[in-house]
Design a protein around this ligand. Structure first.
Ligand SMILES: Cc1ncc(COP(=O)(O)O)c(C=O)c1O
Length: 379
């Protein structure tokens, strides 16, 4: 099969398009499908960008503006107490850019990467685009919906190059602690591969915090970005922290595939690292919504098996309500005007009996969404 024929659509976009059509017809739709913050980008970042517009916007070095690399290195020291040489921090167009770059470096035709199923859907396609093979490993409540050392040992193939952890998880919001990450890192090392830790939801954690994989293993590859924690999805800025020996091949790929991340966004992003009050305001609002949904959803028959302590998602088992979460979501959208994401977006394992609520939506809308779902279920 040709590579492009293996690339699946980002299905939630189809649901979103239908929701937009219904809105165009005058209906109010409650959006609990999309993983995009509903907050403004911190004001200090927007103000910095306005001032920066007076400057020329030429390319930065391919691996990023040195000022942002240094600011991030200082931030890692402060946030996680890890020391990272700034040149190991590669600035990319979004976290998505970091993954595309990384897989171009790590994977040759026919090589594979272990992924959790359920997991972030684009991952599989990033790997396929690099000519690789995603190995989707079913994960459930036992391992908090993450890979663990035993799963890595069981599924690692001779041509496997890496395993991915998304911590906090998407779609599950579950958080792994040091011990589990250390186990993952050890298992990957034992197979001469890499642990890739997607930390894009770091900072959005509730009653806990998520450790950076570099706290436990300097050989891990960390991927992160400004989209979620700092409400900066459209600024397209992310980064990868790679071991020293990968810097040079990464640089070559970056020079070729995107030359450099957007200059304006890179310099404005330096301000984001100081915007701790704005981040805390968003985090506590998300937490209030999370707590509301954790109380209300089980009353309606949505089972939440492992409490989500991060990101802005709740992954629920709907087997009490349906055996077909896809048609459930579509009916809910058409009849009740509430958009949520069916499990099939995140993989195949038990996807028919699961779905994901996003609470990156105002609490008033979430309340209305819950009332509409309750009315829908009583029909
Ligand atoms: C787990 C995960 N990784 C990466 C991304 C990509 O983010 P971006 O390219 O905006 O940095 C997303 C976006 O939803 C995500 O959920």
């Amino acid at each position: 099969m040709r590579t492009i024929d293996q690339i699946e659509p980002f299905r939630v976009m189809q649901l979103l398009e239908r929701a937009k059509e219904l809105e165009a017809q005058g209906r109010k739709i409650i959006h609990m499908e999309i993983g995009e913050p509903d907050f403004h980008t911190p004001e200090s970042v927007r103000n910095a960008a306005k001032k920066l517009l007076d400057n020329d916007q030429f390319y930065t070095p391919s691996t990023g503006a040195p000022e942002l690399q240094q600011a991030l290195a200082a931030w890692y020291e402060q946030e996680y107490h890890v020391q990272i040489a700034p040149e190991r921090i590669l600035i990319t167009p979004g976290t998505s850019g970091a993954f595309n770059m990384l897989y171009a470096v790590l994977i040759d035709a026919g090589e594979s990467v272990l992924l959790p199923d359920p997991g972030y859907p684009c991952q599989r396609n990033f790997i396929r685009l690099a000519g690789g093979q995603p190995l989707n490993i079913p994960v459930g409540p036992d391992s908090r919906y993450h890979l663990d050392g035993a799963l890595i040992d069981k599924h690692w193939q001779p041509h496997t190059r890496a395993a991915v952890v998304i911590n906090p998880g998407n779609p599950t919001g579950t958080v792994l602690q040091r011990q589990s990450i250390s186990e993952l890192a050890k298992a990957c090392r034992a197979h001469n591969g890499y642990l890739i830790s997607d930390e894009i939801y770091h900072g959005l954690t509730y009653d806990t915090s998520a450790p950076c994989a570099l706290e436990v293993d300097d050989h891990a590859i960390v991927i992160n970005g400004f989209s979620k924690r700092w409400a900066m999805t459209g600024w397209r800025i992310g980064w990868a922290i790679v071991p020293e020996k990968l810097i040079e091949p990464c640089r070559r790929v970056m020079q070729n595939i995107f030359i450099a991340a957007p200059t304006l966004s890179q310099y404005a992003a330096i301000e984001a690292l100081k915007a701790t009050d704005a981040v805390e305001m968003m985090r506590s609002a998300y937490d209030e919504r999370r707590q509301y949904l954790l109380r209300e959803l089980p009353k309606l028959g949505f089972d939440i098996v492992v409490e989500p302590q991060g990101a802005f998602y709740i992954y629920a088992n709907v087997s009490k309500l349906t055996e077909d979460s896809k048609s459930f979501c579509w009916r809910l959208l058409e009849q009740a005007g509430v958009a949520i994401t069916p499990g099939e977006d995140f993989g195949v394992y038990q996807s028919n009996t699961h779905l994901r609520f996003s609470y990156a939506t105002h609490l008033d809308d979430i309340r209305e969404g819950i009332a509409r779902i309750a009315a829908f279920l009583n029909k």
